[in-house]
Design a protein around this ligand. Sequence first.
Ligand SMILES: O=P(O)(O)OC[C@H]1O[C@H](O[C@H]2O[C@H](CO)[C@@H](O)[C@H](O)[C@H]2O)[C@H](O)[C@@H](O)[C@@H]1O
Length: 374
Amino acid sequence: MTNQNVVVSDTKSTINLAITVHVSNSNIFTTAAQKPPAAPAGYISISRKKLLKNLEINGGPRINAWVESMRASSPTHLKSTPPSLTDDQRSWILHHPSALDMFEQIIDASKGKQIVMFLDYDGTLSPIVDDPDRAFMSKKMRATVRRLARCFPTAIVSGRCRDKVYNFVRLAELYYAGSHGMDIKGPAKGSKYKKGNEGLIFQPASEFLPMIDEVYKELVEKTKSTAGAKVENNKFCVSVHFRCVDEKKWSELAQVVRSVLKDYPKLRLTQGRKVLEIRPTIKWDKGKALEFLLESLGFANCTDVFPVYIGDDRTDEDAFKVLRERGQGFGILVSKFPKDTNASYSLQEPTQVMDFLQRLVEWKKISLQGQPRM
Ligand SMILES: O=P(O)(O)OC[C@H]1O[C@H](O[C@H]2O[C@H](CO)[C@@H](O)[C@H](O)[C@H]2O)[C@H](O)[C@@H](O)[C@@H]1O
């Protein structure tokens, strides 16, 4: 492992940041065949394991590691993107090609199998915005997801609490997994794929509710002097947003969160896009939620299922990893920039996600036309 000075910036930052990060050659890929290329010039490849280890609440953390990780928690890229792709960028795209460009191959791989769709919300179905309460999805996106759900079993898997994400999506025919999968509910409307899932509710972290509520209130109180900080109660987890916090205050904010969490050893910290996520230590994440939903849909031990998970965040990596390990279906990372990922394909932004979903719907319609009427 080596230390390197790298220049990173967030899409919304106006200045580039010079920071020192620990760069590791190890990565989260499980086989040599899945190994991603080295990080392209100008991009940092941070060993997530290493960073998270440094962030352990009980393990002698370094506050600088927190801030480094906070800086790395959103797409990292050079402010001025080079006009032409570097070899390494090209190599990343070769390893994670556009799901739109690879559409035919994807369809070929799914032949004879039941496609099941898993969609993250923020940054996947809706663009990232400063105010989490205004992360609306477009009408066109909603209509596309509605059509998609008529063709394939479809679930929304989000870090937000289930009610909140439902209020954004407003489609009763979908499965919803809120609070990073810790709050799962079957479709309110009858599912055409699996009867009997209408009343399905699964909440593996319900005993944590009072604790989460307490931590939420404490965090609201202790962060109120930090301009721009926003604490969001996501029922089984809490989000502390720092997107609108002056970067000079990030370290202070991280200290505050850490000091609160010291009294709660049963809670852990993860990161999303400019957000610190506080959640129960139980072994449950978006990957487990994906497996639970597949099982609920009756695909537990099926070889003829083809799950597709689309997400933009570090927390989505748990689901990408599950798919890789099962050797079924694949993950699609929504990102404009090369990132360390277990996803197989990429899409650049929510509008491309919509195009991909529309193509799936069109393909399904055409393939049904070819089938004899019953
Ligand atoms: O799993 P997701 O559906 O992607 O939810 C992850 C977090 O998304 C939201 O925060 C992110 O989107 C906000 C709106 O665009 C943005 O302001 C914020 O910086 C992002 O981190 C949501 O507010 C969080 O509660 C979710 O955990």
